[in-house]
Write a protein that binds this ligand. Structure first.
Ligand SMILES: [Cu+2]
Length: 204
């Protein structure tokens, strides 16, 4: 834990220093705000995840953007395609400037099956845009993120024992993260109120 705290401090200082050098930039104060991470920030996790292109990434690399985040698994045929569709609907409802400030993050809890190729299949199937980042990772960091987001999931026994033909029981939670990685809005269940999310996303 001590290492995590000192890491956060180091990252905050580095970002603040960059912000200070660019005082002539009218958006400099936003950048400086983005450098400060509170204990409630998801960006205090420094675990490595893998995206749909097989690239390693840490959550705090999304710092500075609004992030709409949900958890899912790519072979889900019931709820997860609807979660993705709601995120697409939300994206469509944003202004061009809001869209430029927003990323859509889907984190898989199916670490056994959701490799980058499987994530890409889901992107193709759902016609997700370039604003979507899909992540897979090791079980422990996934559990930590799920706990922070209030998402529950449980692997169900396979229909035919011994096969990988299993499903997950899981909740559906949409969260909006501030540019500093704090949860500013959550919606549990499907059918997101796009207005509620839209009004929290600044269009500077
Ligand atoms: Cu699902």
């Amino acid at each position: 834990m001590k290492t995590i705290i000192s890491l956060i401090a180091a990252v905050a200082c580095a970002t603040a220093a960059i912000g200070c050098k660019k005082e002539e930039d009218p958006h400099a104060h936003h950048k400086m705000e983005a450098g400060k991470l509170s204990g409630a920030s998801l960006y205090q996790f420094h675990d490595m995840f893998t995206d749909q292109n097989g690239k390693q990434m840490m959550l705090h690399q999304l710092q500075g953007k609004y992030v709409v985040v949900a958890m899912f698994y790519a072979t889900c045929t019931a709820i997860c395609p609807r979660i993705a569709a709601e995120m697409l609907r939300l994206e469509k409802s944003l202004s061009a400037r809001q869209r430029a400030n927003t990323r859509f993050l889907m984190i898989s809890f199916d670490h056994e099956r959701d490799n980058p190729a499987n994530l890409r299949k889901f992107i193709e199937k759902m016609r997700l845009t370039d604003s979507f980042v899909l992540l897979t990772g090791k079980p422990e960091p996934i559990r930590e993120v799920a706990a922070a987001l209030g998402v529950n999931y449980k692997k169900q026994p396979a229909a035919e024992p011994g096969t990988s033909n299993y499903e997950y029981a899981h909740s559906s939670v949409f969260s909006l993260l501030s540019p500093q990685g704090e949860i500013v809005l959550q919606h549990a269940g499907l059918s997101v109120s796009v207005e509620n999310f839209r009004e929290k996303i600044r269009d500077y």
